[in-house]
Design a protein around this ligand. Structure first.
Ligand code: HEM
Length: 141
């Protein structure tokens, strides 16, 4: 299946890795989520907690295609060879998904507090940074 997808992409002139085009979706939305969450504690900006929460929902929707294209690039460009950075990325992607799900299900943005859920927003950024760093290490060494 990987071959078919990349042969098709090559035919239409797309010869780049596909994963980097999608990584911006969860990465950017997670960054947005934490910025809006923190900004919601400023006077008269409480409404931004809802914006941050909506970023979490969109990030969650972006995870599956991002992981799928990561898998495709790994198979096609790295020969599917198991190495530390790939395992790390798989673990981090799983943790990211779980934390996003917990926030999506449990957080109440209408009643945001400096509680564990706000802590989870900060944790999401740390996971996203680790995913980007390990991805950059794979790509650029
Ligand atoms: C939500 C989950 C993930 C995020 C946010 C993410 C993010 C990133 C980022 C920011 C890069 C650097 C891209 C660039 O050079 O511009 C990258 C590279 C890479 N990632 Fe991920 N990644 C995720 C999951 C995965 C998974 C699960 C795999 C493997 C199964 C994977 C495999 C790769 C590979 C092989 C590269 C090197 C560039 C390429 O050939 O695509 N990623 N990732």
């Amino acid at each position: 299946m990987t071959e078919i997808i990349f042969e098709f992409l090559n035919k239409i002139g797309f010869t780049h890795p596909v994963h980097p085009a999608l990584t911006h979706v969860p990465m950017g939305l997670v960054m947005g989520a934490v910025v809006f969450r923190l900004a919601s504690f400023l006077p008269r900006l409480k409404v931004l907690a809802r914006t941050g929460y909506h970023c979490v929902i969109l990030a969650l929707l972006g995870v599956a295609p991002t992981v799928f294209t990561g898998y495709l690039d790994w198979q096609y460009r790295y020969g599917g060879v198991w190495e530390f950075l790939i395992v790390l990325k798989m673990v981090l992607a799983a943790v990211l998904t779980i934390v996003l799900l917990v926030v999506a299900i449990k957080d109440d943005p209408e009643n945001r507090k400096l509680d564990r859920y706000t802590g989870f927003y900060l944790l999401l950024v740390l996971i996203a940074i680790a995913l980007g760093f390990s991805g950059g290490e794979l790509q650029y060494g």
